[in-house]
Design a protein around this ligand. Structure first.
Ligand SMILES: Nc1ncnc2c1ncn2[C@@H]1O[C@H](COP(=O)(O)OP(=O)(O)OP(=O)(O)O)[C@@H](O)[C@H]1O
Length: 795
């Protein structure tokens, strides 16, 4: 640091002309030095303290020259520095510019008391280590939530469950991987501690460089520490500098900050590693659990980092500060310490701090007779066994981290396997029954279609012999979303889908199609009813049931950082395709869906249509006996759509039972052997497309174009003719001489309609006409009136 001392000489001072050459960097002041310094300080503000450390003035008083040395007490050694400068100056004046005095500083040997104080202040360093470590760990730990959130948000986790991955396999493999990742920074931390040991002065100088830290009173924790802001500053700088490489943070923090031989000597490396790994064991499941609160990975990372900082640093500070006898809150501190034991961050901070403190205290108290006497006199306690339960042993923190890891994992499994939900359902069974009966009575007033009733009776029949080989049976499946006004999304749906059958689930937006799929794949809980795939119940054998289904969800559940081929290979493995067939199976799927050119590209670069194809491909992998396709062709171009139809048709012909939802009637006509139209969670009709058209769309659709020369007059005559010839006919559309009629009547035949129109063609000047059966779309639209009215959303 450059020091530029102002110096003042009276103009007549005998030394004034000889001072200049020595003080090249100094500011020369003519007149009163003190006034000058006060003036500069008021002009420069805070910067003045850093720039101007010492000053000296030379004043002639009578025969004598008075030399006054001034120092800025913000720097520790400024009095000695200014004295050395003035001495140097006088020496140069006497002996010439080559002369100089070299000053060096060597501390006095420490007294026993001083040594004791220093030793204990060393012990207090555990506090600083813990603080810095907690800050770094806050950033590292929250990274474990990122994949958990993103896999859940895009439903990739659900897809893996549907593909046969067990909940325990999913989470334990994630935990194993994350623990291995956590081991690397932990080992680096310890290696850095060991590398650091031969150079303690380097680490200490880098960390604080503050001698005042070792000159404070014994027994007072706070007094022994630098100001809090300075610690927090130290803690802040290191982790922020390495935000992009969190795994290295602890290394850097410790390397920069501490001499940590408490964790490296006397075989304590293993203890330190144990503490860190137990922390990992506890914090990783906690991060998994907390990931359920977030739907975005970035939000989860930032908020969980804040949570980790608060649950670590804040609790650690509160407990430690309250423990100081002068604060007189020791009892409260002990209570809070016990409460905070559920937080792994708190346990880590307290364990590291206590371990370090115990090590240093024990080392000192057993070092000599004097030290032992001193420890006894001041009732300074330490534990021979570092894992002792009472302070400063770390037994309770270690036990707490070990058990909380188990507790958090158990809670995770309870949530994932819906056991908590079931428990809640059991507890609230009475109230639920009341709510359900209210909801059901509200809807059961509407009459049911006979085909729907027949299908239900077939399934509810006491003998299920006719359904023995049926791949999919849905029995009175219902879903009520329990909210302020309970919503019956699926209302006692019953259905059996046979081998080689493609069943279409049609319905308006919000009819309950996706909810039905979600229940059938285990994503949503079932309110009542059950479903069976290959004889396995969704309520009791969800694992076995899932192994037999393929699922293409409505929105892409793909992992962006994998390629299409990698994705298919992964799902083929999860589905249990033998390793030797995986290559061929994946290539077939890629070829069948025209995905070969994109196979090696990352999924995040795929177009919407290609993502859809890949999702469908996943559903078809591994020969599942039942395939659920939720709007599979959305966003596909016509060529790709037809290709998809071919693929689905092939799967159907090979004996799979397929359930498909679609808003394309063309698709349903092309693929479905049977279909149902769903309105407000209920099947309103059920049967083959032809059966539905015949049942709900009796009559014909007539489109005719009248010649343009005498259009208006001829058109009116033609309309009168149709009204007379086909009583009850309805004009559905009229545009530019083109009319569209619905001709009702069960007794109408193709021959009669064509015969009549052929005769009328010349008479009414028809350019062209066509007669067709009522389309599926028209049947679908005929149910529109059953839709609940759209609520006015206001201005
Ligand atoms: N998690 C939920 N909580 C509360 N209500 C829900 C939830 N999910 C769906 N719903 C409601 O359940 C009803 C059925 O929704 P669902 O998504 O099953 O309809 P859908 O037939 O698949 O519609 P679309 O054709 O638009 O996909 C809707 O009224 C919807 O608002």
């Amino acid at each position: 640091m450059g020091v530029s001392p102002p110096e003042a000489c009276s103009p007549r001072s005998c030394c004034s002309h000889r001072v200049a050459p020595w003080s090249v960097d100094s500011v020369r002041v003519e007149g009163d030095l003190e006034e000058f310094l006060i003036f500069r300080a008021s002009v420069e503000g805070g910067g003045f303290n850093e720039r101007c450390l010492v000053a000296a003035s030379f004043r002639d008083v009578g025969e004598r020259t008075v030399v006054t040395a001034l120092f800025n007490n913000q720097a520790y050694h400024s009095p000695a520095t200014v004295l050395a400068i003035v001495d140097n100056l006088l020496f140069k004046l006497l002996c010439g510019p080559q002369a100089s005095i070299m000053v060096s500083n060597y501390p006095q040997p420490r007294s026993a008391l001083q040594a004791a104080k220093d030793q204990f202040n060393e012990g207090r360093k555990g506090f600083d280590i813990a603080l810095n470590l907690l800050f770094a760990m806050a950033f590292l730990s929250s990274t474990f939530s990122i994949l958990a959130v993103s896999e859940r948000a895009v439903q990739a986790k659900h897809m893996q469950f549907v593909s046969g991955v067990h909940v325990a396999t999913f989470w334990l493999s994630a935990l194993l991987w994350d623990l291995m990742s956590f081991l690397i920074p932990s080992l680096l931390l310890l290696v850095s501690c060991m590398v650091l040991r031969p150079f303690p002065h380097v680490s200490r100088g880098l960390a604080f460089g503050d001698p005042a830290w070792t000159e404070t009173s014994l027994g007072s924790m706070l007094a022994a520490q630098p100001p809090l802001w300075k610690k927090v500053g130290n803690a802040l700088v290191a982790p922020l500098a390495c935000l992009h490489t969190p795994s290295l943070c602890p290394t850097l923090v410790v390397f920069k900050a501490f001499d940590v031989h408490a964790f490296t000597q006397d075989g304590h490396v293993a203890d330190a590693l144990l503490l860190l790994m137990l922390y990992g064991w506890a914090i990783i499941p906690l991060m998994y659990l907390m990931s359920f609160f977030f739907s975005g990975a970035a939000t989860a990372y930032t908020r969980l980092t804040i949570f980790n900082i608060l649950s670590g640093i804040a609790t650690f500070l509160v407990v430690t500060i309250m423990r100081i006898p002068a604060v007189k809150l020791e009892e409260l501190s002990r209570t809070l310490d016990h409460v905070f034991l559920v937080l792994p961050n708190h346990c880590l901070g307290m364990a590291v701090s206590s371990f370090y403190e115990n090590y240093e205290t024990r080392r000192y108290c057993t070092s000599s007779e004097v030290a032992a006497h001193y420890c006894r006199k001041h009732n300074i306690q330490y534990q021979e066994n570092f894992y002792a339960w009472s302070t400063p042993g770390v037994g309770r923190f270690v036990t707490s981290m070990a058990t909380s890891g188990f507790a958090y994992l158990t809670l995770l499994f309870l949530i994932e396997t819906d056991l908590l939900w079931r428990l809640k359902a059991c507890l609230c069974a009475f109230q639920r029954r009341r709510v359900l009966s209210e909801v059901y009575t509200r809807t059961s007033a509407l009459p049911e279609d006979q085909d729907v009733v027949d299908e239900r009776n077939r399934i509810l029949a006491p003998s299920l012999d006719s359904l023995l080989d049926t791949p999919l049976i849905i029995k009175e499946l219902s879903k009520v979303y329990e909210q302020r006004a309970p919503l019956l999304a699926v209302d006692r749906v019953s259905l059996a889908v046979q081998k080689g059958e493609c069943f279409g689930l049609l319905g308006f937006n919000g009819a309950g199609k996706t909810t039905t799929f979600k229940m059938l794949t285990g994503e949503e809980t079932i309110t009542s009813g059950d479903a069976f795939v290959g004889g396995y119940s969704i309520s009791s054998d969800i694992g076995k049931m899932r192994q037999r289904i393929g699922y293409c969800p409505q929105f892409e559940a793909l992992l962006d950082h994998m390629t299409g081929r990698e994705t298919l290979v992964m799902y083929a493995r999860l589905r249990g395709v033998p390793e030797c067939y995986i290559g061929a199976c994946v290539e077939n799927t890629l070829r069948g869906l025209l995905l070969e050119p994109h196979a090696n590209k990352l999924v995040r670069t795929y177009s919407g249509g290609n993502k859809r194809k890949l999702s469908t491909g996943i559903a078809l992998l591994g020969e599942p006996s039942v395939i659920f396709l939720d709007e599979p062709s959305t966003g596909m171009d016509p060529v790709a759509r037809r290709l998809l139809w071919d693929t689905v048709a092939r799967a159907r012909e090979s004996g799979k039972a397929i359930v498909i939802t679609s808003h394309s009637m063309e698709e349903c006509e092309a693929l479905c052997t049977r279909l149902a139209i769903m309105v407000q969670g209920q099947f309103k009709c059920l049967g083959s497309p032809q059966h539905l058209k015949s049942k709900f769309g009796s009559g014909y659709s007539l489109r005719a174009k009248i010649r343009s020369d005498r259009q208006q007059e001829a058109l009116e005559e033609f309309k009168a003719f149709v009204d007379l010839t086909f009583p009850g006919s309805v004009l559905e559309d009229e545009h530019q001489g083109m009319v569209h009629y619905h001709l009702p009547g069960n007794d109408l035949s193709w021959a009669k309609v064509f015969g009549v129109l052929e005769k009328a063609k010349e008479k009414y000047g028809m350019d062209d006409y066509s007669v067709s059966q009522i389309s599926l779309e028209q049947v679908f639209l005929s149910f529109a009136h059953l839709q609940p009215p759209v609520e006015d959303e206001g201005p």
